[in-house]
Write a protein that binds this ligand. Sequence first.
Ligand code: KG4
Ligand code: ZN
Length: 342
Amino acid sequence: ASGPLVLGIETSCDETGVGIVRGTTLLANVIASSMDEHARYGGVVPEIAARAHLEALTPALTAALAEAKVSLHDLDAIAVTSGPGLSGALMVGVAAAKALALSLGKPLYAVNHLVGHVGADVLSGEDVEYPTIALLVSGGHTSLLLVRDLVSDVELLGETIDDAAGEAFDKVARLLGLPYPGGPQIDRVAATGDPAAIRFPRGLSQPKDMDRHRYDFSFSGLKTAVARWVERARDAGEEVPIADVAASFREAVTDVLLTKAVAACRDRGVPRLLLGGGVVANARVREVAAERCAAAGIELRIPPLSLCTDNGAMIAALGAQLIESGHAPSDLSFGADSTLPV
Ligand code: KG4
Ligand code: ZN
């Protein structure tokens, strides 16, 4: 393996990620999640996430160094997510990264979390080509990007105007009485349901939405539609067909995600689609992505799931790419920016 040895730190949401790469070679990817601590609240609680990062970061760092069989002194640089994400959570990673960089005398690169998801692809071991459209779907974000160059030209085409896709899964699971996180639960229950049983709305897909919101997403109307449907059934004393509701909901989310992603590929003449984020674990999302990309002649790229969900290796990989393309390190005065643009 060749290239710079980079440590990456990711604390933007509920995963404490510490990864180490050499160039485009993955050496370590340690992830500690505080998911369980948020379960009884039905979603990530920022204060709990921040405290959990503080506790998990040093053990994760030690584990990553052991996994990569390197010492802190061997590092060429450190990269850290400076945003977007939860402010308090980001601050833990940023403070730790600055302390390491200062004490070790190593350059520090502040990187964007969403671009980090795109950067994960370079660790696939295959040649990665640009431009690509990237669809990033998790509990915290739902974004459609046009990536012409990983380190210098990333354009946000659209994003959710309300809930993230994963958040919608979590909320709908909750109203169906399924535990948190809801995505995997809905996916499991939906496997035996009829996706055509109920026609749920596809947010921002009407002709009137196509001017301003062609590549944006909205899931709160869908969530409300599911809630109303379930409520009506319960009021009528009917048994709620949970599998059909889950399958129909999953179909609506999947349809709108892939319709917009494929439209972006087509409109921009980009024959490549990269998926990232925890929702990529969804069986139907993967299936429909494969079908529609094949039909449209689009190359579909899906990194392994451990690199799709939030992790430090993707941040390290982006840091290594920045170094190799000659970017200067960040000035240590940067802070955590919860709304950092790409
Ligand atoms: O990327 P990720 O691990 O991190 C955060 O967003 O923090 O994504 C977690 C999200 C959760 O909302 C979870 O419900 C969703 O991804 N998710 C899924 C599936 N597995 C995880 N959503 C749909 N289907 C799945 N199989
Ligand atoms: Zn993420």
